[in-house]
Design a binder for this molecule. Structure first.
Ligand SMILES: Cc1cc2nc3c(=O)[nH]c(=O)nc-3n(C[C@H](O)[C@H](O)[C@H](O)COP(=O)(O)O)c2cc1C
Length: 183
C-alpha cells in the first residue's frame, strides 16, 4: 500500500465510464487519500458533481474562474501539493488536448499546471481508440511521462464488443497505489 494519506487530483472526463470514476473516488477516500475532483463540462452531463462532492467530502471544481474559493485561480490552487493526477475516464478529447498543450478548460489547464505524475485511464469506442490520431496522442503522452492503465477489451456502451472499455476501478486503484508508493 502507498504512503497514506496522499493528495490525489481525480479528473473526470465526459464519457459513460464517469460512473466508474465515482467508485474509484470512493475507494481512494476509503484508503484515506485526500481526493480533489475536477470535472469537465461534458462529464457533468454523465454524473452529477453532487455525487463526487459527497464521495470526496470536498467541493468539486468545474470552472477555470472561481474568485470566491480560489483567489489565485483553481488551476493554481488545486494543483498545489498534488501527489498524483488520475484522469478517468480519459476521453479522446482530453488525450488530444493534453498531448498538444491545449488549456481551454480547468481540467486541461490543471494538467499543464501540475508537476506530479499522471495516470490516464482511457475510455472510448473501439473506432475512436483505433484512430491513428488518438494513438499518436497516446504515444506523445507516454513520451511526456504519462502512465496508462487500459483500456480493456470488452463490452462497450455503444453495445458492441471491442477495445476501449475503461479499466475497472480496482485496477486503476492498484496502479495508482503502485505509483504513489514508488515516489
Ligand atoms: C453517450 C455518450 C457517450 C460518450 N462516451 C465517450 C467516451 O467513452 N469516450 C470519449 O472519448 N468520448 C465520449 N463521448 C464524446 C465526449 O463526450 C465528447 O468528445 C466531449 O467533448 C468530451 O469532453 P471532455 O473531454 O471535455 O470531457 C460520448 C458522448 C456521448 C453523447
Amino acid at each position: 500500500m502507498s504512503r497514506s494519506p496522499a493528495t490525489v487530483l481525480l479528473a473526470v472526463g465526459g464519457g459513460i465510464a464517469a460512473y466508474k470514476a465515482a467508485i474509484l473516488c470512493s475507494r481512494l477516500v476509503q484508503l484515506e487519500h485526500d481526493v480533489r475532483v475536477v470535472m469537465t463540462k461534458s462529464a457533468e452531463q454523465f454524473v452529477g458533481a453532487a455525487t463526487f462532492a459527497a464521495l470526496s467530502g470536498q467541493r468539486v471544481a468545474t470552472d477555470t474562474i472561481d474568485h470566491n474559493s480560489y483567489p489565485a485561480g483553481p488551476h493554481i490552487e488545486l494543483a498545489r501539493g498534488v501527489d498524483l493526477m488520475i484522469v478517468a475516464p480519459a476521453t479522446a478529447n482530453l488525450i488530444g488536448k493534453f498531448a498538444n498543450g491545449i488549456a481551454d478548460d480547468l481540467t486541461s489547464t490543471l494538467y499543464l499546471q501540475r508537476v506530479c505524475p499522471v495516470l490516464m485511464a482511457p475510455a472510448m469506442s473501439a473506432s475512436m481508440w483505433d484512430k491513428s490520431s488518438v494513438q499518436r496522442n497516446i504515444e506523445q503522452l507516454r513520451a511526456d511521462g504519462c502512465e496508462f492503465v487500459g483500456p480493456e477489451e470488452g463490452w462497450l456502451s455503444c453495445r458492441v464488443r471491442g477495445a476501449g472499455r475503461m479499466s475497472e476501478p480496482d485496477s486503476i486503484l492498484e496502479r495508482a497505489e503502485l505509483m504513489l508508493s514508488s515516489d
